[in-house]
Design a protein around this ligand. Structure first.
Ligand code: FAD
Ligand code: NAG
Ligand code: NAG
Length: 608
């Protein structure tokens, strides 16, 4: 029996090896160019500050005559997931049209300017960008190397947990150096040395396991079934095993100290699934991602789209906004071959042999595909899922510098109104539509303070309830009525009051306040029920079969997915969504190409 098992294992392995190594031979008849054959970074240009000039790139409105002829692909949505796949395809000579429903490109990377302040809506901090990591090289290669990064504070996150008994805020700094972080935690929790070591061991183990799990997004699903039936999955990766425990399971097992448990779990707001629902490896990935600190794009998040769009357009492609895709078109064999675009009052059909959606699983399957196709798709179980958490975003403009305000700049604050951070969030969800005064205080929220020309902007984000806003769902943006505005104001000021409690000087410098509700998310980033990170990141999503099925190549011929629903949310998660989407479209191991280029760049820079 043992020998038989071993034999099958070897056969399976060989098969896998062949498929993996020679994928491009099996899946593509033409030789595909290497998009990363040379380092395409250019000397950094001076940043364009003239808003009109920036808008020419970011706000190019749709007109039928602007659509290039003989398109190779259409990308629905201009988030980083859409822009990255479009740019990689452009680098191998494909002509790609990116269509964005909003009036500017960038998705969660767009910014808005109002009354002299500029706010970013969905980028506060990104890991891996201050060294020449693989992610940095990927972004460099699709942006001509034009995006510069500002490193945040060494203490890039601060966790504040209210101690009800003593009526004080306990402060737990998070440092950009895992060793420093560990020794600091050991000082704060002297009896918990073993738990702290074990936690960080598991963080490293899980992030390595994630890398080896990636192959399951590429292997044929039938082969994955066989590997699973034979019980061989664990020979390839222990990711799925690790994913059987939730974050809460793990931290509860490690320690009885609730404060330490909370510090281990504090940043679940970055993927929006509470500790008792998320698999441990996702939190581990996030810890790993920020293990050397975080950065922010110089000039703001809009620099990202502003630097990538020229790469797409140089290849003959275009990025057009005010172009809502309302339908994905298919021929009589159910092969998708185009989209219907609504621009103003007009509608235009645009055709292309490949349709790539960055609009997420819900939009793509529930709104855009003909029901006769989507109802037959394996994605049904995903688009029927409950929506993930939604948020309230508060944008505050302060007419003083961070020093004057005595607030820590260049870092996030995570403020928890009480211990056991998993419970408040649950309570918040079960509150239903009853708006109690303390409800908003129960979620977690982060504050990012950024300095700009003697002024300071602050973005405050907290989870909220979609139900509270649902009744205005179908009312037009900016015209939802006084009661809607009143609700936003009430909630917004509850958040500001919390900030003032911590930083009293803020009170006299509030110059601008704008509240983004879950309905704003629907309007500006095209979510369905205000969800901010696409599909829920619960542990079910990362189980073997679900993880494998959530891949760019769909079961609808001609249709691919990119962005945060493919791997995970987060800027870098969605960026890689674009890379593996390009990989599956081209049938070439572009990940390998990228790794090789990255190695060369690192070696070259060491020599200099
Ligand atoms: C409040 C907030 C804070 C965040 N903070 C961080 C952070 O600090 N660090 C980090 O790494 N990540 C952060 N994220 C997450 C990160 O921004 C996202 O996970 C990532 O940018 C998603 O990229 P995407 O391309 O998948 O989707 P998106 O950026 O959402 O892009 C999808 C695009 O598709 C468009 N679209 C949808 N439907 C249509 C249609 N029918 N026709 C045309 N266009 C359509 C949308 O308008 C949108 O522009 C944050 C997110 C939010 C919401
Ligand atoms: C809609 O079509 C009409 C007639 O072709 C044209 O004049 C108008 O500019 C179009 N509007 C938009 C927003 O494209
Ligand atoms: C896969 O996802 C579906 C839809 O969310 C869920 O019902 C199912 O339980 C998941 N499977 C596993 C093994 O977690």
């Amino acid at each position: 029996m043992f020998q038989m098992g071993l034999f099958l294992y070897i056969v399976a392995f060989v098969l896998l090896y062949i498929l993996w190594q020679f994928k491009s031979l099996f899946f593509s008849s033409v030789r595909v160019l290497n998009p990363f054959h040379e380092d395409s970074r250019k000397t950094i240009r001076e940043q364009v500050t003239d808003q009109k000039k920036r808008d020419e790139v970011l706000k190019n409105g749709f007109k039928p005559e602007k659509v290039p002829k003989d398109l190779d692909a259409i990308v629905i949505g201009s988030g980083i997931g859409g822009l990255s796949v479009a740019a990689i395809l452009s680098k191998v000579g494909k002509k790609v049209l990116v269509l964005e429903q909003h009036d500017q490109a960038g998705g969660c990377c767009h910014t808005f300017i109002d009354k002299g302040y500029e706010f970013d809506v969905g980028i506060h901090y990104i890991g891996d960008m201050h060294t020449q990591s693989l992610s940095k090289t990927l972004l460099d290669q699709i942006s001509d190397g034009q995006i510069e990064w500002e490193y945040l504070s060494e203490e890039f996150d601060t966790v504040l947990i209210k101690d009800k008994n003593k009526n004080e805020m306990k402060r737990f700094p998070i440092y950009a150096n895992a060793e420093r972080q560990k020794s600091h935690l050991k000082k704060l929790f002297p009896d918990e040395e073993a738990a702290i070591d074990k936690f960080y061991e598991k963080v490293v183990e899980s992030s390595l396991a994630y890398q080896s799990a990636m192959m399951f997004k590429f292997l044929p699903l039938w082969l994955i079934n066989i590997i699973d039936k034979l019980g061989f999955v664990s020979y390839f990766t222990n990711f799925f095993k690790l994913n059987e425990q939730t974050l809460k399971d793990v931290v509860d097992e490690l320690t009885e100290n609730q404060e330490l448990r909370d510090v281990f779990s504090y940043c679940f707001g970055d993927y929006g699934t509470i500790p008792s629902k998320v698999g441990f490896p996702l939190q581990a990935l996030l810890f790993h991602h920020f293990s050397e600190g975080a950065s922010y794009p110089v000039g703001g998040a809009s620099e990202i789209a502003h630097s990538i769009i020229p790469v797409i357009e140089r290849g003959g492609g275009k990025v057009l906004v005010r172009a809502e895709v309302i339908k994905i078109l298919a021929d009589s064999n159910n092969v998708v071959n185009g989209v219907t675009v609504r621009h103003g009052k007009n509608e235009t059909d645009v055709l292309a042999p490949l349709i790539i959606s960055d609009a997420g699983v819900f939009n793509t399957f529930l709104k855009l595909l003909p029901p006769s196709i989507s109802s037959q798709s394996r994605f049904k179980k995903f688009y029927q899922k409950e929506r993930a958490l939604t948020c309230l975003s508060l944008f505050v403009g302060l007419d003083a510098s961070a020093e004057e305000l005595e607030i820590p700049a260049k870092r996030n604050l995570w403020i928890f109104p009480k211990k056991d951070i998993d419970k408040p969030a649950l309570l918040r969800i079960s509150l239903g539509s009853s708006l109690s005064a303390s409800a908003i205080l129960l979620g977690a929220f982060s504050v990012l303070a950024r300095i700009a020309r003697g002024k300071t902007t602050m973005a405050i984000v907290t989870f909220t309830n979609y139900d509270w806003f649902e009744k205005w769902e179908n009312k037009p943006c900016q015209r939802r009525g006084d009661d809607y505005e009143a609700l936003k104001k009430t909630l917004g000021w509850k958040l500001i009051d919390q900030v003032i409690e911590l930083y009293p000087k803020v009170k006299d410098h509030i110059d601008y306040v704008n509240v983004g509700s879950p309905l704003s998310n629907n309007f500006y980033i095209g979510s369905n029920r205000g969800e901010i990170y696409g599909l829920d990141h619960d542990k079910d999503r990362f189980s073997l079969h679900n993880f494998s099925e959530l891949r760019p190549k769909t079961d609808v011929p001609g249709l691919f997915l990119t962005g945060q629903d493919v791997c995970s949310c987060g800027f870098v998660g969605a960026l890689y969504g674009g890379l593996i989407c390009a990989q599956q479209i081209l049938g070439r191991n572009v990940m390998n190409d990228l790794i090789k280029l990255n190695k060369n760049i690192v070696i070259k820079e060491k020599k200099q």
